[in-house]
Design a protein around this ligand. Structure first.
Ligand code: NAD
Length: 484
């Protein structure tokens, strides 16, 4: 296997700078060190925010059509480097390369393209008053945006935030997750080559508490934070951001229910449930990690679902035939195994998996877990309510629509859910009753970038996507025009 070594740097004011103590980057599939990245402290964060602030004076006033030109060049550079970026994402995350080749990098680029276009195409509001006056609304960029991203889908979430922030005229300091810094560094290089002016996009690496993440959330010249990560981190960031009342958008944890009704097309339900449970090794906020199955099809569904799950192939993520990758770190694998221990202790039936797969060197040192199906736990068990964030799905039976809705809603999260049925009326009723920001009917993880995305309850604050991103990343100014 070809072993790259990535010497990741910050990107501040248009310059790639190596400042701060370097920390190791490990490949999740083998636990080998595949690079190092520098930890940014207050000085690096401050330098990046200053650079962003200075660049804002020009970028914020650049016509949207001009911004679109350079952002389109950036998006094209992403497409031109699709295979390289697909591999980098796998080095960072341990996700199978086949998932990255199947549209993932396209989406990374589309996040930039889409918002570059939207910033040019969106109109504005006008309110003619009875007295002949007119109120009209102008949308203007907010200022310096701090974008803080997690390790599970790093490139997709980086551009999901960079795209709208820059397209609407803000400047950016991105703090990628410490476990996956390579992609953000490479994206910064591509943006630089595409002609993004210095200071418009900055990337500072480092950790969360008492490190680059926290310093960014406390910086008085940051006006806005878009954060994706754990709910508990969201709470900490909210408190830190109170100092200068930063505008916040939070996309947090999830514990998605996937409800299979007896009238569902079972073959399709199995295929959808497989993706919902095991995409990205289940390290996915949107994962359908709680399967609720209507009792009449319990046996038939479970048999087929277990058979399909048993065909998943854990192993070398760079092998195009591999369908299940490695978990992000030893520590995270231990956490997931802790959930399995607690399930076993409380009498769960391990329908499938539950152990490390038997893999050849060097992958036996990686953080792998067999795809795992657990039955026999009550829906209120912690494994059925807390975010496990691994290839572990719990299966619970139900008898009525009301019962399924009740179980689905009885968690603190409200990010997403899946409903599988051929009864249109039922689909509409259940989708309308679930406490979830996104509900898929007979599918999973397909979304128009114009649609709002975000979570209810402890899964987030606010929505991004389409005009929702426009609202978040801009200030609205109302001008009242007199006719006298
Ligand atoms: P995390 O909250 O530990 O870290 C996310 C980012 O925040 C990292 O860059 C980290 O360095 C930074 N950070 C940590 N503490 C901080 C602090 N005190 N101040 C400022 N920054 C801080 O999350 P994670 O473990 O990287 O990611 C997994 C979590 O992300 C899961 O809970 C998952 O559900 C969630 N997630 C949500 C969505 C969504 O769209 N809702 C998408 C992907 C992941």
């Amino acid at each position: 296997m070809e072993r790259p070594f990535f010497e990741v740097t910050h990107y501040i004011g248009g310059v790639f700078v190596d400042r701060g103590e370097r920390f190791a980057i490990r490949y999740p599939a083998t636990d080998e060190v595949i690079g190092t990245a520098p930890e940014g402290g207050w000085d690096e964060v401050d330098a990046a925010v200053r650079a962003a602030r200075a660049a804002f004076a020009t970028w914020g006033k650049t016509p949207a059509t001009e911004r679109r030109k350079v952002l389109k060049a950036f998006a094209q550079a992403i497409r031109d480097h699709a295979e390289e970026l697909a591999r980098i994402e796998t080095w960072d995350v341990g996700r199978p390369i086949r998932e990255n080749r199947a549209g993932y990098i396209d989406r990374v680029a589309a996040n930039i393209d889409f918002f570059a276009d939207l910033a040019v195409m969106h109109g504005s509001e006008a309110y003619p008053m009875e007295n002949g006056y007119i109120n009209y609304v102008l949308r203007e960029p907010v200022g310096v945006a701090a974008l803080i991203t997690p390790w599970n889908v790093p490139m997709m979430l980086a551009t999901w935030k960079i795209g709208p922030a820059l397209a609407f005229g803000n400047t950016v300091v991105l703090k990628p997750a410490e476990l996956t810094p390579i992609g953000a560094w490479r994206l910064a290089q591509l943006a630089h080559q595409a002609g993004l002016p210095p200071g418009v996009l900055n990337v500072v690496h480092g950790f969360g508490p008492a490190s680059a993440g926290e310093f960014l959330t406390r910086h008085p010249d940051v006006q806005l934070i878009s954060f994706t990560g754990e709910t508990t981190t969201g709470r900490t960031i909210m408190a830190a951001a109170a100092g200068n009342l930063k505008r916040l958008s939070f996309e947090l944890g999830g514990k998605g229910a996937n409800i299979v009704f007896a009238d569902a097309d079972l073959d399709r339900a199995v295929e959808v449930s497989l993706r919902a449970a095991f995409f990205n090794q289940g390290e996915f906020c949107l994962a359908g990690s709680r399967l609720l199955v209507e009792r009449p099809v319990w046996d038939a569904f479970l048999e087929r679902f277990a058979a399909a799950t048993a065909r998943l192939r854990p192993g070398d993520p760079m092998d195009p035939d591999t369908t299940l990758g490695a978990l992000i770190s030893r520590e995270h694998l231990d956490r997931v195994r802790g959930y399995l221990d607690s399930a076993r202790k409380d009498g769960a039936e391990v329908v499938l998996g539950g152990d490390a797969p038997d893999l050849p060197a060097p992958f036996q040192a990686g953080h792998f877990l067999q795809p795992t199906i657990l039955a026999g736990l009550p829906p209120e068990h912690r494994v059925c309510r807390e975010e496990v964030f691994g290839p572990v799905v719990t299966v619970v039976p139900f008898d009525t629509e009301e019962e399924a809705i009740g179980i689905a809603n009885a968690v603190e999260y409200g990010l997403s859910a899946v409903v599988q049925t051929r009864d249109l009326g039922r689909a509409v009723r259940v989708a309308g009753a679930l406490e979830a920001g996104t509900v898929w009917v007979n599918d999973f993880f397909v979304r128009d970038l114009r649609a709002p995305f975000g979570g209810m309850k402890q899964s987030g604050i606010g929505r991004e996507g389409g005009t929702y991103s426009l609202e978040f990343y801009t200030e609205a100014r109302t001008v009242c025009l007199s006719n006298r």
